[in-house]
Design a protein around this ligand. Structure first.
Ligand code: FPP
Length: 245
């Protein structure tokens, strides 16, 4: 089934967020070490980024590493960081060729120095691109992001830069890592798990949720297109009735 031709291009969501899950189980299924799954996961990232560009998404946010992922075995964490550095440095020219801007959310400072440096370099090199913004969530925790926002707001209130009465959800948005983006209209999670895992908890208040049974390395742009078609067949009421829409 060709899902791409079923997409109404004038109504694609502008921001899709994905919890890429199942690399480890995919590797196990193939009798390989977990890192083999992560390496194949990079191919899915490439396919999905390509697909996102083809249908004109503005933002694609990928959950690449959570703060909780630091608890994984040291060798796996090291291999993931190494893979990230290699992937970013290999892909920068392709990102530029495809007019993709790289952004990150999360605590970049907690990443190994070479990893942070490679990311900063790639963000600098792609900053003028005007097509898709690819947002990598790295060492990311939604609860930490919200707490940091509360701390910054408290500081601004105590320094008379902001009045308590002025705090609204719109103002709160501006204190989050995602302040430059609109909220995701669609959140996808792969691997048949039904959890949010501390990802964009504030921002997905009204997102449509889509769960795929495929492990991430089996997920391609065609699966992204299928999710978008599913999204476009839903009625988003934002608390109103069908008749009011
Ligand atoms: C989840 O699978 C995947 C991750 C924690 C890492 C995702 C990383 C990549 C796809 C590779 C690098 C990414 C970029 C953006 C270059 P899991 O390990 O939790 O799988 P499991 O639940 O089956 O164990």
């Amino acid at each position: 089934m060709d899902y791409k031709s079923q997409i109404n291009i004038s109504e694609v969501p502008s921001h899709v967020a994905i919890i890429m899950d199942g690399n480890g189980r995919w590797a196990k299924k193939h009798g390989k070490p977990r890192i083999f799954g992560h390496k194949n996961g990079v191919l899915s990232v490439r396919s999905v980024v390509e697909g996102a560009g083809e249908i004109g998404l503005k933002y694609l946010t990928l959950y690449a590493f959570s703060t909780e992922n630091w608890k994984r075995p040291k060798v796996e964490v090291a291999a993931l960081m190494q893979l990230l550095v290699a992937t970013i440095s290999n892909e920068v020219s392709a990102l530029n060729k495809n007019n993709v801007r790289l952004l990150t959310i999360g605590d970049l400072k907690s990443l190994p120095g070479n990893c942070e440096k490679e990311l900063q370099k790639a963000m600098e090199k792609t900053k003028n691109n005007t097509g898709l913004s690819l947002v990598l969530a790295l060492s990311y925790s939604s609860k930490s992001e919200i707490i940091n926002a509360v701390k910054s707001i408290s500081k601004d209130v105590s320094e008379d830069k902001l009045k308590v009465e002025e705090i609204s959800d719109k103002v709160f948005d501006t204190y989050l890592d995602t302040n430059l983006m609109n909220d995701p209209e669609l959140l996808i999670r792969t691997s048949g798990e039904y959890r949010l895992s501390n990802f964009l908890l504030w921002q997905i208040a009204y997102a449509e949720l889509y769960f795929s049974d495929k492990f991430w390395p089996d997920f391609t742009k065609e699966d992204l297109f299928e999710a978008i078609v599913d999204y476009q067949n839903r009625e988003r009421r934002f608390g109103m009735t069908s008749e009011q829409l």
